[in-house]
Ligand binder design. Structure first.
Ligand code: NAP
Ligand code: MG
Length: 491
């Protein structure tokens, strides 16, 4: 195995290095179960070194002019675009997702995000206020300092760039901890930062365990802001830790997206969009449609088209261009999805298609696109985030009932609405308690739009102008321009 095993270090102060302890771990390719890479495993002392480098770098980077910062971000975007095929391939090898999705979404949308925030770097204007004849106030927008980025495994690149791009644009330096399962692509990117001439220490990566490297990073007193994407459960702990240092924190957490299809919906389009809604990225997607709510009058018609199309999704070797669905990310995730499926059946659901590993695969964590009917809104599969390719279908009679089911969750990340009636679309959009909605389409989160959850799906937004606000502090400067300071003390 030694010959083909890729090697990845920690990336600190512009260089790839071993962990101080010398510890490494092996990551397997989830589609083949073969060893893929040997990765340095960061510990607290490595985190300390990375934060130290980011602290020194901040003193310079925060004084680099916005237009120079913009040029660096553009250069990184160009370099990544030029290497898109090789970066997409490693992304596919470490996640199991189809290489088309890696190239178009993980790399392509990351490049777009960098381009958007490169432009934003030069538009970080404050305000000026004429308070009275005697006073003007201006606001300055200053970078918050060192940003800690904690990334999950489902979109190891894209979710990193939603954080890296605005942080760099704002003038922050970064220490990023990727998920244990997916560190390879982001270390590849770190190598590009050296090639782009990004000053040493501005961007650092520490692969390692969440409970060790991740925890040490968010606890570090020199961190100014924590941006975390992951599960609600871990997010709660992150928020608690952040409270110790009153650190700024944004959390992008779990979801259980509903998609409401009314009786006047354009069925063919809705079926098509819902295929992607449910099964894009093997359903390992926080905005995945996991509760498909169908009006009773179109229920049978919709499902017969939908199931027919679901069965035709091409599962296969993720490195092949035609593959439309790859393997889940890990054995642990495969087992978790499998046990949710079993629980669904136990609680009365019936299987319309899917339900396990297709027979043609003797290896790899492949799980078929699965659709369950007769799911009660209170069933486990309708409440828990499964994070795999299982869609629960539920009928509804009235608009009120659909909204009631849609909102009956601790989550509030995303949702979809299908109707040709504008009034109904807008009324429903206002009533659904979630941060990101699609009407007559589903999927695709664009850099211009603020993205983030309601309820236990998170706090704070990423992307758009709000996404960069997370990396800036606003300072008000009050300036007296009157003739004489009024006398408060009369003695
Ligand atoms: P996770 O278990 O919460 O882990 C997320 C990240 O946090 C990983 O890098 C993990 O490291 C790290 N971590 C774990 N414990 C930590 C600690 N005590 N301190 C600091 N960091 C710690 O989530 P996941 O299993 O990777 O990803 C799936 C979850 O992400 C799902 O719940 C999904 O909904 C959510 N997600 C949300 C969004 C969104 O935008 N809202 C997007 C994508 C995914 P290890 O890998 O070493 O455990
Ligand atoms: Mg996890």
């Amino acid at each position: 195995m030694g010959d083909t095993l890729r090697k990845y270090g920690l990336f600190i102060n512009g260089k790839e290095v071993n962990s101080i302890s010398g510890k490494t771990y092996i990551r397997e390719n989830p589609a083949t179960e073969e060893p893929l890479a040997e990765i340095a495993e960061g510990q607290k002392e490595d985190v300390d070194n990375a934060v130290k480098a980011a602290k020194v770098a901040f003193e310079k980077w925060s004084h680099v002019s916005p237009s120079e910062r913009a040029k660096f971000i553009y250069r990184l975007a160009e370099l990544m675009d030029a290497r898109k095929n090789e970066i997409a391939l490693i992304n596919t090898l470490e996640t199991g997702k189809p290489v088309r999705e890696s190239r178009v979404v993980e790399v392509g949308a990351s490049v777009r995000t960098m381009e958007y925030y490169a432009g934003a770097a030069t538009k970080l204007n404050g305000e000026s206020m004429s308070i009275s004849d005697d006073q003007i106030t201006i606001t300055l927008r200053e970078p918050v300092g060192i940003a800690a980025h904690i990334i999950p495994w489902n979109f190891p690149l894209l979710l990193s760039f939603w954080k890296i791009a605005p942080a760099l644009a704002a003038g922050c330096t970064i220490v990023l901890k990727p998920a244990t399962d997916t560190p390879c692509g982001i270390v590849e990117f770190a190598r590009l930062t050296a090639e782009a001439g990004l000053p040493e220490g501005v961007f650092n990566v520490i692969p390692g365990k969440g409970s060790v490297a991740g925890q040490a990073l968010i606890e570090h007193p020199d961190i100014g802001k924590i941006a975390f994407t992951g599960s609600t459960e871990v997010g709660k702990g992150v928020m608690k830790t952040a409270s110790q240092g009153i650190k700024k924190v944004s959390l992008e957490l779990g979801g259980k997206a509903p998609c409401i299809v009314f009786d006047d919906a354009e069925i063919e389009d809705s079926v098509e969009a819902n295929l992607r809604g449910g099964f894009f990225n093997q359903g390992e997607n926080c905005t995945a449609v996991t509760r498909l709510l169908l009006h009773e009058d179109i229920y049978d018609n919709f499902l017969s088209h939908y199931i027919d199309r679901v069965k035709k999704i091409r599962m296969g070797n993720p490195t092949e261009e035609e593959t439309e669905m790859g393997s889940l990310v890990s054995k642990a995730q495969f087992q978790s999805v499998k046990s949710y499926f079993a629980k669904g059946i136990e609680e009365g659901a019936s299987v319309l298609c899917g339900g396990g590993r297709p027979k043609q695969f003797s290896k790899g964590y492949f799980f078929e696109p699965t659709v369950l009917a007769d799911v009660k809104p209170s069933a486990t599969v309708a409440c828990d985030e499964i994070f795999g390719p299982i869609v629960a279908v539920m009928p509804f009679k009235t608009e009120e009932e659909a909204i009631q089911i849609a909102n009956d969750t601790i989550y509030g990340l995303a949702g979809g609405i299908w109707t040709q009636n504008l009034k109904r679309a807008l009324k429903t959009a206002k009533a659904v308690k979630a941060g990101y909605l699609w009407v007559n389409t589903y999927g695709g989160i664009i850099p211009e739009t603020p993205y983030g959850g309601f309820k236990q799906s998170g706090i704070g937004k990423e992307l758009g102008s709000e996404g960069i606000d997370q990396y800036l502090d606003t300072k008000a400067v009050n300036i007296f321009i009157g003739d004489k300071i009024p006398r408060w003390y009369k003695g």
